[in-house]
Ligand binder design. Structure first.
Ligand code: SF4
Length: 234
């Protein structure tokens, strides 16, 4: 009990907590409470959350959970920035996973509550609480960060997890196709392909994917089509 209380009193730098629809995974379109932690070890060329690199205020895990609870969503996503960048992030994940599990017990017949961790793939996912679903990027060349991926991470991906490639041009597509085929990714977990907003026409990626019979899920960054592309907190 003491350990649990200590974790609840740890402080994390939080950029924003808000409710929206989940936009970039097989959970897209569902009511979701987002916890965006501050800080990121990467600088992707297309980053749309640069405002999360530095700004944030310190909240305890308990305060974060209180705010999430007020939002009343059944999907909770820990994102960033890079959510694993802060030293004790795994303790926050444990606390959120317990919270989400508690919600599951309250609504056994509804959409199953889930904790999603949206990570860049540059930091180790080894040993993350197995109750969380990992949605992990593999950065493509046009991001400028392809060389920063943690090579061991693919070992720890489970069928429940999802891997996302954000594609900005044909070279990115060929890069992601090779990784998918070399690692039989579509047989191991969900695979998501998405387009860098404003840089490539989505139909191009869909055409390549269909021609090559890549068994992935194509997706758009939904929030950029629903709200202005630079709007925060969506
Ligand atoms: S990992 Fe995400 S938050 Fe970090 S620079 Fe890349 S797009 Fe931005």
């Amino acid at each position: 009990m003491k350990k649990e209380n200590d974790a609840k009193n740890l402080k994390f730098k939080v950029n924003e907590i808000f409710k929206s629809v989940q936009g970039e995974s097989s959970y897209a379109g569902l009511n979701c409470a987002f916890v965006r932690l501050s800080g990121c070890n990467l600088r992707c060329s297309y980053c749309d959350t640069q405002y999360a690199y530095k700004y944030g205020r310190y909240l305890t895990a308990g305060e974060i959970i209180e705010k999430v609870d007020r939002l009343g969503a059944h999907i909770v996503e820990l994102t960033g920035g890079e959510p694993l960048f802060q030293k004790d992030a795994r303790l926050l994940i444990d606390a959120l996973a317990d919270y989400v599990e508690g919600r599951s017990a309250l609504r056994p017949n509804a959409i199953a509550p889930r904790l999603l961790i949206e990570t860049s793939g540059s930091l180790s996912i080894k040993g993350i609480n197995p109750k969380a679903v990992i949605i992990m990027d593999i950065k493509t060349p046009s991001s400028g960060c392809a060389g920063m991926m943690e090579p061991e991470n693919l070992k720890y991906i489970r069928p429940v997890d999802e891997i996302k490639f954000v594609i900005g041009d044909r070279d990115d597509y060929e890069y992601c196709k090779k990784i998918i085929l070399d690692n039989s990714l579509t047989e191991r977990c969900g695979v998501l392909l998405s387009a860098v907003y404003g840089r490539i026409k989505p139909e191009k990626i869909i055409g390549w994917m269909l021609k090559d019979c890549i068994d992935a899920r194509f997706q758009l960054q939904m929030h950029k089509y629903v709200w202005p592309a630079d709007k925060k907190g969506v």
